[in-house]
Ligand binder design. Structure first.
Ligand code: IPM
Ligand code: MG
Length: 368
């Protein structure tokens, strides 16, 4: 069998349940190496609070350079109450923000899929969420998260003023909108673009640029503009009206949390953060479960590894074009859910609770 060139993944397990769920991803990677001769190489590094505890910084230059050199970064989760009182630049979340910004991962793909086996886990009525399949495309390197000026400064009357700046350039809007339109073409061909063009100039520009890109290059895709607050409401009222939602960094942060809860299965949802393709079609990328570090359940062996495993499936698909392998992994997850195996977060009457490692093993046993 011809062996393909070694492709390097950087695993950053991070904090809380991060290391437990990434351990299961590692097992899957070994499975592919052994059974499919894919020859993936794994490197590991510290990020977040774990890095701060050892090195006094949420991410070292060494780890950052490894991220630059890898095919894809697979991150567990960062953060926890232990590090809440650190100054801003030392907080675990800075590792994540630095990777996003400096690897230029401007497009964040957050699917919200309601797994049929888990329809009853949603807080919404089954008929509202069953079959739900939304893709939120969140702009990830601009907007108020990174805009200047920012800071907290004293003002005249002895008070202080907190400042953040929300800015978008045409190009920042156009490149992420293009990702959304391209994805829609492979799905149900519908994009909803969300902003607050009724109160913000940056929102008005957002709407105009998305509209003009649509007219120039994507006429065949259905485009709707929606105010972000209305989108929050519509996501609860009738979420199945959406296919792809494209929105800015802050609205995307909030709307994607809301959308994920519709599915009732936070522990199952992956995400991808993608940069621009170079002329060889390669891009920088980072994949992570959308759940956080869940420090309250860390170390108990009960965390759900599926979101991380599906994040790895996204890496196979988007970074390596290994669609067949990605599909095989997704199917393995489906089969295990069909058999009624559940980690504690999604267990219900008539299903069987298994540990993090048992869930990983069960998924591997379904791979062919
Ligand atoms: C997310 C998280 C992050 C964000 C935090 C951890 C910095 O909420 O990925 O959605 O706000 O982007
Ligand atoms: Mg968030």
């Amino acid at each position: 069998m011809i062996k393909v060139k070694k492709r390097k993944f950087l695993l950053l397990p991070g904090d809380g349940i991060g290391p437990e769920v990434i351990e299961e991803v590692k097992k899957i990677i070994y499975w592919f190496n052994t059974n499919k001769s894919l020859d993936f190489e794994i490197e590991e590094g510290l990020a977040g609070g774990a890095s701060y505890d050892k090195h006094g910084t949420p991410i070292t230059d060494e780890v950052f350079y490894k991220a630059l050199e890898s095919e894809a970064v697979i991150l567990g989760a960062v953060g926890g109450p232990k590090w809440d009182n650190l100054e801003f630049s030392k907080k675990p979340e800075r590792a994540l923000l630095k990777l996003r910004k400096e690897l230029k991962l401007f497009a964040n793909l957050r699917p919200a899929i309601c797994f049929k086996q888990l329809v009853d886990a949603s807080t919404l009525k089954p008929e509202i969420v069953s079959g739900l399949d939304i893709m939120i495309v969140r702009e990830l390197t601009g907007g108020i998260y990174f805009g200047e000026p920012r800071g907290i400064k004293p003002i005249d009357n002895g008070e202080r003023k907190g400042i953040n700046t929300h800015t978008y350039t045409s190009n920042e809007i156009i490149r992420v909108a293009r990702v959304a339109f391209d994805l829609a073409k492979k799905r149900s061909n519908k994009v909803t673009s969300c902003e607050k063009s009724n109160v913000m100039e940056a929102g008005q520009l957002w709407k105009e640029e998305v509209q003009s890109l649509h007219e120039k290059e994507y006429k065949e895709v259905e485009l709707n503009h929606m105010l972000a607050d209305n989108c929050a409401m519509q996501l609860l009222r009738n979420p199945k009206q959406f296919d792809v939602i494209v929105t800015d960094n802050l609205f995307g942060d909030m709307l994607s949390d809301q959308a994920s809860m519709l599915t009732g299965s936070l522990g199952l949802l992956p995400s991808a953060s993608l940069g621009a393709k170079n002329k060889d079609g390669k891009m920088r990328s980072m994949y992570e479960p959308i759940h956080g570090s869940a420090p309250d359940i860390a170390g108990k062996g009960i965390a759900n590894p599926i979101a991380s495993i599906l994040s790895f499936a996204m890496a196979l698909k988007y970074s390596l074009n290994l669609d067949k392998e990605a599909k095989a992994l997704e199917n393995a997850v489906q089969e295990v859910l069909n058999e009624g195996l559940r980690t504690k977060d999604i267990v219900s009457k008539g299903t069987k609770e298994v540990s993090t490692t048992k869930m990983g093993d069960a998924i591997i046993s379904k791979l062919k």
